[in-house]
Design a protein around this ligand. Structure first.
Ligand SMILES: [Zn+2]
Length: 111
């Protein structure tokens, strides 16, 4: 079950990779005992901490690996925290578009 060790935080150790169904957004997806659909990393957090998350609560990945469900790679935050985290790590939409454009221009300029 152990996946890659995150390069930016090797002390975390290997990820636990969800290998069943995936949501179209790239996260693992499964079903709770009550039949409701849940993202796998959120369910992992709920089971580990014996809580039921609200919609406003986001479970973020320290390892940046969407399919990871290892409890100590997950932390709780708000949607605003999630956006800040994404921007800090250069994973927000604008950063992605900038990188894509730069790659495209480099490709066009290549001999
Ligand atoms: Zn992980």
């Amino acid at each position: 079950m152990n996946g890659a060790i995150p390069e930016h935080l090797p002390e975390l150790g290997g990820c636990w990779l969800w290998t069943a169904a995936r949501h179209r957004n790239g996260y693992g997806q499964t079903v709770r005992v009550d039949g409701s659909t849940v993202l796998a990393h959120r369910l992992s957090y709920e089971l580990h901490h014996t809580v039921r998350l609200t919609r406003a609560e986001c479970v973020l990945h320290r390892c940046d690996n969407r399919v990871c469900v290892r409890p100590d790679h997950l932390f709780l935050g708000t949607h605003a925290d999630n956006v800040r985290d994404m921007i800090a790590k250069g994973r927000d939409y604008n950063s992605r578009v900038r990188r894509m454009l730069a790659a495209h221009q480099a490709w066009l300029a290549a001999p």
